[in-house]
Design a protein. Sequence first.
Length: 227
Amino acid sequence: MSRKPIAAFFSILALGFGLALFAQTATPQAQAILQKVVASNGAFMKAHGPEHFKPFLDSQHPQITLVTCSDSRVPMHAMDDQPDGEVFVIRDIGNQLATCDGSVDYGVHHLHTPVLMIVGHVRCGAVQAAMGDYSKEPASIRRELDTLKVKKGGTWLEEVKTNVDDQVKAALTQFAAEVKEGKLTVVGAVYDFADDLELGNGKLIIINVNGETDPAKVKAFLAPSKP
């Protein structure tokens, strides 16, 4: 018997097995989620023609290296209404440098972004976990919580701010030369989707600029320049 018919037979058999396995394991929930993803992508393509992609087809020149939390309640469009090509995004639990050091280094040293921005957020689960006993968590999670320097039993919101300031401090040490030469500004901020800071739901509050945490001085830095 020719090898080709045999190969074809086993290919059909494998395909049938794969489809049967897919039917058994792919849940209706996953199907609905992926249908939404495909539909959303279709809407995005309709809203953004080829011209939209031309500026970054061959290379990227982002303005910000952004380190933020993996939390799904922290969306990019809350910080930049058109982040395509403008923001080099790095996410991890607790918006920390220690667990994404290589990616941050790439943004600063290879993409040469003038801003390194660390964005924490209210009600951060990683900060809350690090404040308590997380000894029963898997080793992979414990490793990432170990590097968060927060007070055990501290105040949740205050520790979110403390963590942001700690990450800014670490960045200022790591990239001291770039900051001194005026090539890099390190910024710390808190995203408040719950209005815990009473400034409005979805407010991004910048709390630290190159280690300066005085609210009045930060506000003055952010004020539009006078002509």
